[in-house]
Design a protein. Structure first.
Length: 445
């Protein structure tokens, strides 16, 4: 793929490509969804699963994306391989969901393959004489790579390497050691919105002042947002006064020590992610152990130190993340095309969204929390599937986010809506997402 600066200036619908405007077709048009199916999904690196889901030889996960299905399977060697999930005989899908196999086995006529995709048994093979060589009926290999504990797959043999695709995100985020985190909980839901609407609900902090207004007494919510290659992020300026009320509420006065505790408590009580009980314990110590007249940045330093100490009490490993990295990597990343996460030193909330069939107004949305654990303390976690988000207990914050999604999708179908006007300061990650997406859809290579 060419450098992004080569991006054509008009969409396939003839509309101008602008940094602060996303034409509505990207969210509601069947043609657009069809182009994504032809030009986006087959050409990008995308998350199929996490490595921990397939720890042993024969463990597999089936990753379905648009009309394709890919079986990701741990080899006897310990490596991970991926194959198109289709039988070369007459096209039956071979696997579904996840599980453990000794070999691939087609349930239609019983052909079998070893874990590396080589055919090992073709029933009545002599019926073909010499016209059925192994190379014609080996399972089709799909490229695989890993980063941060995720297993990525790519169907395009010509595409850049995973390492190139992920830059600069991979290098900038490396000190967090995401690959050492393990699942805490996983939920999957069908959302009544386009897959991009779901992701974009978590691509910016601009909505906090209205959607999550209850947080404003403890947080300065003003964010910045940046493009980082194909990817995007948002964060808070280094001068942000966490633990004090948002300037939107008036003067930023108060006790930072109490504010940090109340903020972490509110997040823990209503999200059970991005804050942890150890962060809560660390924040609780501030009032007793840090003088009342301490500078806010002294309080933040003490909080970071106490967090490390509280984690150590539980034997929880803590990565060595330089302060500059903490500052420069912000709060939230969108890894193109469909991985979004909010990261902390010991935990992460991450999302993946995919189209649900051919309907541009429906998506499969997965919400996951991963965390560092003391060795041997990792829980055994399965995925919970919900049919309707409103019937699942998500806590207040996610419920607030989810309430917007279906309403956005309905609103976007209005004849009165021409496109999204993304904030050039706080929603830059969203406009960069669409510029990158547009480049894939329009690229003729
Ligand atoms: S379709 Fe798979 S063995 Fe016939
Ligand atoms: Fe939100």
């Amino acid at each position: 793929m060419n450098d992004l600066s080569d991006a054509p200036q008009r969409t396939a619908d003839g509309e101008e490509v602008r940094a602060d405007f996303v034409p509505v077709a990207a969210y509601i048009s069947r043609d657009h969804a069809e182009r994504e199916k032809e030009r986006l999904w087959p050409r990008v690196w995308q998350v199929a699963c996490r490595e921990e889901e397939i720890p042993n030889a024969g463990d597999f996960v089936t990753y379905d994306i648009a009309d394709d299905s890919i079986a990701v399977v741990r080899q006897q060697s310990g490596d991970i391989a991926a194959f198109y999930n289709v039988c070369p005989h007459r096209g039956r899908r071979l696997t579904e969901g996840c599980g453990k196999m000794g070999r691939f086995h087609c349930k239609y006529h019983g052909w079998k393959w070893s874990l590396d995709g080589a055919p090992v048994d073709v029933v009545d093979r002599d019926n073909w004489g010499t016209s059925l060589p192994d190379e014609d009926i080996a399972l089709g290999a799909v490229r695989v790579g890993t980063w941060g504990g995720w297993v990525f797959v790519c169907m395009d043999s010509e595409a850049e390497s995973l390492e190139e695709f992920l830059e600069p995100a991979a290098a900038q985020l490396a000190p967090f050691e995401f690959e050492k985190m393990r699942y805490v909980w996983r939920k999957s839901i069908v959302m009544p919105c386009n897959w991009k609407v779901a992701l974009e609900a978590f691509d910016e902090g601009y909505h906090v002042q209205t959607t999550h207004r209850q947080l404003l007494p403890y947080m300065d919510d003003l964010t910045y947002s940046e493009a980082r290659g194909k990817h995007g992020m948002f964060g808070y300026a280094p001068t942000t006064l966490f633990g004090l009320p948002s300037p939107r509420l008036g003067e930023q006065k108060g006790d930072v020590r109490k504010g940090l505790y109340l903020f972490n408590k509110e997040i823990w009580d209503t999200l059970q992610a991005t804050s942890t009980l150890e962060m809560l314990a660390a924040a609780k110590r501030l009032e007793a152990e840090v003088p009342e007249d301490a500078d806010p940045f002294t309080v933040y330093g003490a909080f970071a130190q106490f967090h490390r100490e509280e984690a150590a009490k539980n034997g929880r490993p803590f990565p060595d993340v330089p302060v500059e990295t903490l500052m420069s990597t912000g709060t939230d990343w969108h890894i193109f095309p469909n991985l979004v996460f909010l990261h902390q030193p010991t935990n992460m909330l991450w999302y993946r969204a995919r189209p649900n069939g051919d309907d541009p107004s429906s998506c499969i949305f997965e919400i996951n929390v991963i965390e560092r654990f003391a060795e041997g303390a990792e829980p055994d976690v399965g995925v919970e599937h919900g049919a309707d988000w409103a019937e699942v207990d998500w806590g207040l914050i996610l419920a607030q986010d989810f309430q917007n999604m279906g309403e956005v999708q309905k609103g976007m179908k209005s004849r009165g809506f021409k496109g999204a006007r993304t904030n050039p300061v706080q929603e830059r990650a969203i406009s960069n997402f669409h510029q990158t997406l547009h480049h894939y859809l329009a690229d003729k290579n």
